[in-house]
Write a protein that binds this ligand. Structure first.
Ligand code: SF4
Ligand code: SF4
Ligand code: SF4
Length: 337
């Protein structure tokens, strides 16, 4: 049997998705029997020129993690799209923007300012800001320019499959790789490495179906009852609006689900679905009381859209407001897919 040609790439990524592949452990030895890794810059010394030299469609499957934050990310996404017969958005950043997309609410200038000058761990006494070109006596240093908005992969090139999760669970990754190896992938466009329905459907906790709390709490404020629904104890839990697939990992560790597997099938906007589920569980209370209790949620955007902002209706509003403010589409941001 000919070996399949497999590539793994990280764009703007924390590296956790590459670790999810390393976590395949002994399965990596099985993988090496049937697949040649032709590009995996996080693990081996490949050059972009190696990929550019390949014929188009040469790579059977590329697992692409990380979001499109820079012009370089967009360039490599287009290159790997051309060279790959099957391009997979791997993990929440590639699928929906994930936590880095939250910077879109403030805009790239504010994000740069915060990262370069304000964080408690920054030591930058002369307030040097990152620039795409810096001239030094020895020549010119170049960094890829930031795009105005961080985007999921599918907003830049067409994508064949998506594997959700921050990162995807390694058991699910192995199942997907077996589908790839045995040529058993479902129809193009499918979500891979998931289970049916929502995290709530995999959660063993007792649910009454009613949220009756005076205020919403954060996980560090109390130790939750390990048997009762966390949402009903006042912790915002994204389980009702999150695709099953991780085995309810966080709720089994007495922590609320934060939503990293993205929205369930048929749900376009995870944050709106989560808010809807909470309000439905508060049925019977006055509108004023519901508004008051919802108002106690700290950082609503970061809570409801922690992972999915980049693919949300909210991001579409931000993008159109940005386009209107600039009198044109966001600069340097061509959509190919
Ligand atoms: S999806 Fe999560 S683990 Fe993967 S690159 Fe993004 S932040 Fe890291
Ligand atoms: S809301 Fe969270 S804690 Fe409650 S049943 Fe769903 S997953 Fe479990
Ligand atoms: S419980 Fe929620 S946040 Fe935790 S791993 Fe599963 S989907 Fe992600």
């Amino acid at each position: 049997m000919d070996k399949i040609k497999l590539a793994v790439y990280w764009a703007s990524s924390c590296g956790g998705c590459d670790i999810a592949i390393v976590e395949l452990g002994e399965h990596l030895l099985e993988l090496a029997q049937v697949a040649d890794l032709v590009f995996w810059p996080a693990a081996m010394d490949f050059k972009y020129g190696d990929v550019e030299a390949m014929p188009d469609g040469n790579i059977d499957v590329t697992l692409f993690n990380g979001a499109i934050r820079t012009e370089h990310d967009a360039h490599i996404a287009a290159l790997l799209r051309r060279k790959s017969r099957c391009l997979v958005a791997f993990g929440s950043c590639a699928m929906e923007g994930c936590i880095p997309a939250l910077a879109n609410i403030q805009g790239k200038e504010r994000a740069l300012h915060r990262a370069a000058l304000e964080t408690p761990t920054t030591d930058n006494p002369t307030d040097v800001m990152p620039a795409s070109i810096t001239v030094i006596p020895e020549g010119e240093l170049q960094l890829p320019a930031l795009c105005n908005l961080l985007r999921p992969l599918e907003q830049v090139v067409s994508v064949d499959y998506t594997i959700p999760g921050c990162p995807p669970h390694h058991d699910q990754v192995w199942q997907v790789l077996q589908q790839v190896i045995h040529g058993e992938l479902p129809a193009r466009g499918a979500l891979l490495g998931v289970d049916p329905l929502t995290v709530c459907d995999q959660c063993p906790r007792t649910r009454e179906g009613k949220v009756r709390v005076d205020r919403f709490l954060r996980p560090h404020e109390f130790i939750a009852d390990p048997d009762r629904c966390l949402l009903e104890q006042g912790l915002v839990c994204a389980g009702p609006a999150t695709h099953a697939g991780c085995g309810a990992l966080c709720v089994n560790a007495n922590m609320p689900c934060r939503g990293c597997y993205g929205p369930p099938d048929g749900v376009a906007d995870q944050g709106a679905a989560m808010l809807d589920a909470i309000v439905a569980a508060m049925d019977g209370q006055s509108d004023a009381e519901i508004r008051r209790v919802l108002g106690t949620i700290v950082d609503p955007v970061g809570t409801f859209y922690r992972f999915s902002l980049g693919s949300s209706f909210l991001q579409q509003l931000v993008a159109s407001a940005m386009g209107a403010a600039q009198g044109a589409a966001p600069s340097g941001e061509e959509t190919h897919g």
